[in-house]
Design a protein around this ligand. Sequence first.
Ligand code: F58
Length: 800
Amino acid sequence: MNIATPPQVSTNTLRDAIVRHLCYSFGREPDFAGLEDWRMALSYAIRDHIADSWFRAAGTARREGAKRVYYLSMEFLIGRLLEDGIVNLGLVDQAREALAALGQDYDTVLADEPDAALGNGGLGRLAACFLESLSTLGCPAYGYGIRYEHGLFRQSFQGGRQIEAPETWLLQRHAWEFERPEALFRIGFGGEIEETGGKVLWHPAEHVDAEAYDTPIVGWQGKWANTLRLWSAKASDPFDLPAFNRGDFAAAAQPEALARTISRVLYPDDTTEQGRELRLKQEFFLVAAALRDILARFDKEHSDIRKLPEKVAIQLNDTHPAVAGPELVRILHDERSLPFEEAMEIARGCLSYTNHTLLPEALESWGEDLFGRLLPRHLQIADLIDNAHYEANPSRTQSMRADHQVKMGQLSFVMAHKVNGVSALHTELMKETVFSELHRLHPERIVNQTNGVTPRRWLLACNPRLSELITETIGDGWVADLERLRELEPAIEDAAWRERFDAAKRANKVDLSNWMAEAQGVSVNPDAMFDVQIKRMHEYKRQHLNILETIALWQEMKDAPNADWTPRVVLFAGKAAPGYAFAKDIIRLINDVAAVLNADPETGGKLQVLFLPNYNVTLAERLIPAADLSEQISTAGKEASGTGNMKFALNGAMTIGTLDGANVEIREHVGAENFFLFGMTASDVTERRKIESHAAKAIEADPRLARALQAVRGGAFSPDEVDRYTHVADNIAGADYFLVASDFTEYWRASREADAAFRDPATWIRKAALNTARSGWFSSDRTIRGYMQDIWAARSYLSD
Ligand code: F58
């Protein structure tokens, strides 16, 4: 099947389309248009071309009765979409020129778009990269998620402390979603089970409507576009008229308000009981709406429900949509009258599950009271699934239904035909730890699919300077075939080329410095090493190890202010879950340390620290191209993969990191000599924890660490409240579960190695460029091909 590439669009055509939309879609004459009007008009002009690809793709998939991939995820961290569309359609020059002809600045117009933060971190961003790769590869697919009114909270600092405010992305207009009032499903909760004549019927007590909003996701060169379908909750009976007529206006509006709660906020954590109930409701809401939609599409094209696994592949992005197992079995058995065993087999043929964490506290489980109250029939089905699994595997010792819980990891495993980890190390650890018994019983089920990132957003769009140099050197084939970056290697041996590589990095750093001066009021030295740690705040990610090392460096600089120090700008960004007190304390500590260090005339210009507020996709796109050093310093065995690590390496930053997650594979690809390795391995970590007072011993052995900790404990960074960080110091010197103290000495050593390497620019640039040249394997195109082949049995409908 040959899919035509979209027609070439000239600057004039695009300019006319912008003006047409401005006037006739938005009723605004050019002379009176504001920034948002221009942005919307450009978005509509671009959207028209995306829609053409979208219709063609949907038509092909329908005509061919194609197998569809359905990616179920509670999070899609898509960020801005306008630039993504322009870049993928190859219209950057035309859009820039068309806007200029209309007196508008391209970058300013693009920057006006809200950043859709419908996710917490890596898991949500991975889902977004996957959708883009699915479209680039021409694999018919849908992303299913929730259209949260409020995405992840907006973060600011007050006195160094994190302040959370609601994110209001929907208040600003954007062009990307199409409301689909006809795609409406009634979702039930609670109620009773009725058993009559061997049939079981579920009569829910309450209902909420799920209404679809579709966003087209266009792939590279606009050859294909898939759909991100997000569900919004609406009241089934929106308005209580009798209450209104009584004059009780608040009660009259209540059904609407209650229903809408389901799609109101993205969950950053689940610390309250009411919160947990709402979270489970959200999960079922997503799953139930998605499955109805999937089956409706299947029924339109096919008649034999037993063929479902041939036509439908459903990927569970972590356990959050795991109730899809019982729900699909319920539909097939209760509603479509298939025998229970067969219903289970068909469901398993469709379902597969990706695990993103081994942290025990992050593995979802639901108390059976709550689960049974909201989903009484699903609790019965979970028991039936568990019994069937036990009967087939009598040697089993663990159950998904132990301790009055429903354990979603085990349920997902049992209901999936494939289970995957997200890096080679993580997949092996899954087999050895949380899923060891299930792996023994089903040794063919666990497979690895190391994560990847889309090169369109994470190199081509976010780093135009480097992209242009690459394209000039090896042509533009790398954009769709990222491993071709290897062809840069001969050029890297040429000093003149390396200078151009360095000039691109240096210009990116100047851009970032200017932005920081303007947005944050802090001016930094663009010749310093830009040392960047950006990710969710978590003890296992060890932002506190980084700040301790920075404190130790500052102390040492003050001992010998005239020594030949490598100047550093230490940048942090990341949000802490609102209920995670320790992570919030680390943010405050970093801000307090920054205040002291940045004001120190003795070290000024040599060591600066900055915590940038409100980390999101847009900020990552700004920081990553300007980074020299990428901090990937998690406790080994804890970071499932990481994807920021890949983005940094691709953009020519060197990594300082542990043998954790995908760091292991990054180091293998870029070469051990181009990676600053330190720290314990995952098995060292397990052994070290067994040693009594391991932290105290490490502190005793390293006077630098002792001194840095003492400064934290003694209030050097909180003179107005000297014991503010006593508990942080106690934690590191005491239980130190994440082994900050034990890894400190090695981290310091690796950091000084990085300093020394940075002082020798010729060597550094070569190493950095080799990171770019050898990171091609980390494209999400490679990952998605792996899923298509090993998990989904899905194919591409593009021919090259
Ligand atoms: C991340 N998980 C992993 N979870 O931590 C990271 O190593 C991996 O690269 C990435 O997934 C993609 O595989 C992650 O982002 C969350 O954001 C949780 C979602 C549910 C609420 C708590 C945070």
